[in-house]
Ligand binder design. Structure first.
Ligand SMILES: Nc1nc2c(ncn2[C@@H]2O[C@H](COP(=O)(O)OP(=O)(O)O)[C@@H](O)[C@H]2O)c(=O)[nH]1
Ligand SMILES: [Mg+2]
Length: 357
């Protein structure tokens, strides 16, 4: 039953009955309805606001952009934490127990998952819903599963906008789960304030398929599944990663990423972990680095959106569509060079460019 409500974003302590859900889903909401719904943390309208933001329908998009303009003044208080690690490291289990702990400490927690390849991992998302059942029923938490499909750019566009909605709704901690699959981590690190990498105990399996580049992104490495009977392996892993980090140049002059031992399942080390996250936030706020990073992230967001929009516009352009088959064929056969083909397509798109620029 809970899973059903998580699925559509309508998590509720007292789930509305089907008829109420149906009626609320059908009712047309005005911009003011959305704004009020989000600001008052009304779950039904909050869920619909996020659906609006995720929608690719042009009318929805227009309304969504107006909504974000209205919400923007209410944003900025949330601390956004990215969480990565190989499948099975225990991300979802950790988020469930950490999220519940944070609400006990008076925080409001929003959770979302970024998985650009969710068709591949449809099964694990189903697993996550049951894994986060108590958090899903926590009135101070809000779980939003990732949009079901889309290319990397599309999914991340909505992720940032979804975080804005959650931020405006007063969720002061936003946890973003991403599958450690190489490229996702950089994308998520670019939209969060703190990047947490979960690792398995047992240093023998080296970096567990986690690339060195990912360790460089880490603000903290937590060796997970460190229950008592795991102590030796856990400590070996902790030392291994501490050494690995030691020989790296830290990304920030104000912060040396610590390595902690935790257990999401047993709830061990979570208070220490949160202390470090708060310490990080304090130091980076004081030094101005947090704000500088957020400024840089907004500019990156702008350029990545420009790329998306330009690509969409170019692919949809009538002249480009007309010329594309012949030019593609010529490129495949080697009858024309790629630079010449690109030039022709850009000109068909209406740009006055030459081969040098
Ligand atoms: N022993 C132990 N097992 C855990 C812990 N956290 C998760 N697990 C188990 O590891 C498996 C994968 O967990 P899950 O949270 O789905 O990992 P995810 O794929 O990273 O989201 C499940 O069987 C969990 O019960 C932990 O702290 N200790
Ligand atoms: Mg998971």
């Amino acid at each position: 039953m809970t899973a059903l409500f998580v699925d559509t974003g309508k998590v509720s302590v007292n789930p509305p009955n089907d008829r109420q859900v149906w009626r609320a889903q059908r009712a047309t909401l005005s911009l003011d309805d959305y704004v009020e719904g989000v600001l008052s943390r009304d779950r039904m309208r909050l869920a619909r606001a996020i659906s609006l933001v995720e929608s690719s329908n042009p009318d929805h998009q227009r309304l969504a952009q107006e909504l974000l303009v209205r919400l923007a003044p209410h944003c900025g208080a949330a601390h956004r934490i990215g969480i990565t690690g190989v499948p099975g490291v225990g991300k979802s289990t950790f988020i469930e127990s950490f999220g519940n702990r944070l609400t006990e400490w008076g925080h409001r927690v929003a959770v979302l998952a970024v998985d650009p390849s969710s068709s591949r991992s449809g099964g694990s998302i189903l697993g996550d819903k049951t894994r986060m059942e108590t958090l899903a029923n926590n009135p101070d938490a809000y779980i939003r599963p990732s949009p079901s499909s889309g290319r990397l750019g599309g999914v991340t566009r909505t992720t940032r906008e979804t975080m804005m909605v959650m931020d405006a709704a007063g969720y002061d901690v936003i946890l973003v789960e991403t599958v450690g699959a190489g490229q996702n981590e950089t994308v998520v690190a670019d939209m969060t304030d703190f990047f947490l990498v979960l690792m398995l105990p047992g240093a023998g399996d080296e970096l567990q398929g986690i690339k060195k580049g990912v360790l460089e992104l880490a603000d903290l490495i937590a060796v997970n599944k460190c229950e008592d009977d795991n102590e030796q392996k856990a400590e070996a892993a902790r030392q291994h990663y501490a050494n690995a980090l030691h020989i790296m140049t830290p990304a920030s002059a104000n912060w040396r990423p610590p390595v902690l031992k935790i257990s999401g399942l047993a709830g061990l080390g979570l208070d220490d972990l949160w202390e470090r996250i708060e310490e990080h936030r304090g130091l980076l706020t004081e030094s101005g680095e947090l704000e500088a990073t957020r400024r840089r992230q907004r500019i990156k967001w702008m350029w990545s959106m420009i790329e998306d929009k330009l690509m969409d516009a170019m692919k949809a352009h009538p002249q480009v569509k007309t010329r594309l088959p012949a030019i593609s064929a010529a490129v495949e056969e080697g009858a024309t060079t790629v630079p010449v083909a690109v030039l022709e397509l850009l000109r068909a798109f209406g740009l006055s460019v030459d081969l040098n620029g």
